[in-house]
Design a binder for this molecule. Structure first.
Ligand SMILES: [Zn+2]
Ligand SMILES: [Zn+2]
Length: 342
């Protein structure tokens, strides 16, 4: 599949990606896992080269990145290895041990590289897929009152599109995302939100499942795998709505869909990062029906049909009990069916 960010063939259908998981990060018999202390500088000397199988242990890859930062004058050599940045591997899934990285499997989120250094990292470190300039904030809409303009990280080199694979009882769900635009999440062995969604669907047997603040679509896709007939996704942030629509195509083989129509392409949707909506950006038909909207979830009830509806409201500000209760109350007043916080 063509990647909407870099234009290359850097994204795969869910099934193809899942087929790689059993050994994508396993080393061969010649691979060596030398675990390094992240709170100290790496040992002096040149970093280990990738193995003949082309993989290299993640800590050695980080040593290599560290060496570049020292050579470029960003590091003195006294910084801890962990200061290089946050590793986001592709594909991300729950693992019991640290990975041996194949080429193009690492998106680095860092606060220390600039464009020039990032370009060098991409050129000289084969495991790098993309380098993202990060910051001390969550990319996208973090503030529901929208008093602050949403901020994003910066893609410095390569491509920052990567996927996470989440286990559900009905089988895995693959969600691609552009990492400079979407908040970071790490797949865990047990995902309480997914379990909660599954439980609610089993109990309510809804005709319509609404993922009202969908992010890149993980919870709604979980409902899709459980064959809920009608799915409605929505997110106010353009990148979330866009990747939700994209992820429908990626997971198409798990859904009963004949055709997916993208009504607003990346270049168009990027021009309205946040809008009231709901504006439909994609739809799909078949045995299942899917609609994807961009907009404020508070206005979404307009497009939610009557009947056996189950809505999940996955809000960022979950700890703020008053705000959450108000959101639930407001939803109940305007839309039919049940609503819950996962
Ligand atoms: Zn790409
Ligand atoms: Zn090897």
């Amino acid at each position: 599949m063509q990647c909407p960010v870099c234009g290359n063939d850097c994204v795969s259908q869910a099934g193809d990606l899942i087929a790689t998981l059993p050994d994508v990060f396993s080393g061969c018999s010649s691979c060596r896992a030398t675990v390094l202390d992240k709170s100290r500088p790496p040992p002096a000397g040149p970093p280990a080269e990738p193995c003949e199988c082309q993989k290299r242990f993640i800590d050695q890859v980080f040593s290599h990145l560290y060496t570049i930062l020292v050579e470029e004058g960003k590091f003195t050599g006294k910084e801890p290895l962990g200061a290089v940045g946050i590793p986001l591997i592709h594909p991300g899934f729950f693992m019991n041990s640290p990975p041996f990285l194949p080429p193009g499997s690492l998106v680095l989120v860092t606060r220390v590289a600039d464009t020039k250094i990032a370009a060098r990292m991409e050129k000289e470190v084969p495991e790098i897929r993309g380098v993202v300039g990060g910051g001390n904030f969550v990319p996208g809409v973090a503030d529901p009152e929208r008093t602050q303009t949403p901020r994003t990280y910066t893609l410095l080199a390569g491509c920052d599109v990567r996927a996470d694979v989440f286990r559900t009882t009905a089988g895995p769900v693959v969600t691609y995302k552009q990492q400079s635009r979407i908040h970071i999440e790490f797949p865990r062995e047990f995902n309480p939100k997914i379990a909660n969604v599954e439980e609610r669907i089993r109990a309510a047997r809804p005709e319509v499942f609404v993922d009202a603040s969908s992010g890149v679509g993980t919870l709604g896709l979980t409902a899709g795998r459980m064959k809920v007939p009608h799915l409605i996704f929505n997110d106010i942030w353009y990148a979330a709505a866009f990747w939700t629509a994209f992820n429908l195509s990626v997971n198409k083989e798990f859904l009963d869909l004949d055709e997916i129509r993208i009504l607003k392409h990346y270049e168009a949707i990027e021009k309205t990062p946040v809008l009231d909506g709901p504006e439909k950006i994609a739809e799909a038909t078949g045995k299942q029906v899917v609609e994807v909207y961009q907009g404020d979830y508070a206005l979404l009830p307009k497009v939610v049909p009557e009947g056996r509806v189950l809505t999940v409201l996955d809000l960022f500000e979950k700890q703020d009990r008053v705000r959450v209760d108000r959101a639930l109350q407001r939803w109940k007043e305007h839309a039919s069916g049940e609503v819950f916080i996962p």
